[in-house]
Design a protein around this ligand. Structure first.
Ligand SMILES: Nc1nc2c(ncn2[C@@H]2O[C@H](COP(=O)(O)OP(=O)(O)OP(=O)(O)O)[C@@H](O)[C@H]2O)c(=O)[nH]1
Ligand SMILES: [Mg+2]
Length: 282
């Protein structure tokens, strides 16, 4: 059989995490319309009749801000490029080829590993995908080019087939019933962070994280305690909202999805705290 590690790289917000979820067939990575959603290296396993591919989701390259978080995330991408068998470079045809695309390409071009170009978001109308042709032209530097929609899951099967065919011979790296390297604490925190961003829209910038303090499984429910941490008192107020409206909405959305995934009732105790040092622990 074939098996190996396949890294997903690209500028922030192109849809790497969405593609990981689609390839694996279940939601593993949190996604968001906001840049820099992914902060950690996430594995998602595809078990195929001809082999096993372990997809590695990485943070997106993001150049606009010189923040300690950005520097940390860029280093994580570099680390993720060690010891892999195949690179999938994901691009967004609604955006012009710019500094971030070139910087990302600069990180992989010298690596002697097969590279596939995925031109994502093919579900969008053609007039929005203005830069499709430039990316197709760029595709000559790659082993293969796949236009597809990670969000709708269309045209994904040929990519899966190609990935498996390019992997080396090898044995299973993950047991067939294990789909990710994530711990429960981690994916619950990510899910709450995803919901926080989606409820807050553009109001709070990147200055928040979520930490899970306790997960207790009881006979008929899970009791989960978590905190949303942010840098400033004014953000804390925004996250809580008038009369606690926002935090309530975040909690409800997170609880619903947790109940679906865990297949059990969930009691979610969610608080908001100010902590200027959270970036150091990410
Ligand atoms: N229309 C459309 N939108 C997509 C597609 N794939 C992803 N998106 C959207 O693009 C946004 C970013 O998706 P993510 O998967 O979080 O992007 P990412 O590349 O992982 O971003 P970072 O983790 O910040 O690097 C989200 O709003 C997704 O819903 C697609 O195929 N079509
Ligand atoms: Mg991501």
């Amino acid at each position: 059989m074939k098996s190996g590690f396949v890294v997903l790289v690209g500028r922030s917000n192109v849809g790497k995490s969405t593609l990981l979820n689609t390839l694996v067939g279940t939601k593993i990575a949190a996604t968001s319309f906001r840049a820099q959603m992914t902060r950690n290296i996430i594995h998602g396993v595809l078990n195929h009749e001809d082999g096993q591919a372990v997809f590695i989701d990485t943070p997106g390259i993001f150049k606009d801000r010189r923040s300690p978080l950005t520097a940390k995330l860029t280093n994580r991408v570099k680390d993720a490029l060690q010891d892999i068998d195949l690179i999938i470079y994901v691009v967004d045809p609604t955006r012009e080829i710019g500094d971030e695309e070139r910087a990302m390409y600069g990180m992989i071009r010298h690596l002697d590993i097969p590279k596939i170009l995925v031109i994502n978001k093919s579900d969008l109308p053609e007039e929005e995908r203005k830069h499709q042709a430039s990316y197709v032209a760029w595709g000559q530097d790659f082993e293969a080019v796949y236009p597809l929609s990670a969000l709708k899951g269309s045209h994904v099967d040929p990519l899966k087939q190609k990935v498996i065919s390019l992997l080396p011979e090898g044995g299973l790296m993950y047991e067939n019933n294990q789909l990710t390297n994530l711990t429960n604490d981690f994916w619950i925190a990510e899910l709450i962070r995803e919901k926080t961003y989606s409820v807050l829209d553009k109001e709070v910038p990147y200055s928040l994280t979520v930490e899970v303090d306790n997960i207790k499984e009881k006979k008929d429910m899970f009791v989960i305690e978590a905190r949303i941490l942010t840098n400033q008192e004014r953000y804390k107020k925004i996250i809580i909202g008038k009369g606690g409206q926002k935090i309530k909405e975040i909690g409800q959305m997170a609880r619903r999805e947790l109940e679906q995934s865990l297949n059990k009732k969930v009691f979610l105790k969610l608080e908001v705290d100010v902590d200027e040092h959270w970036v150091e622990r990410v």
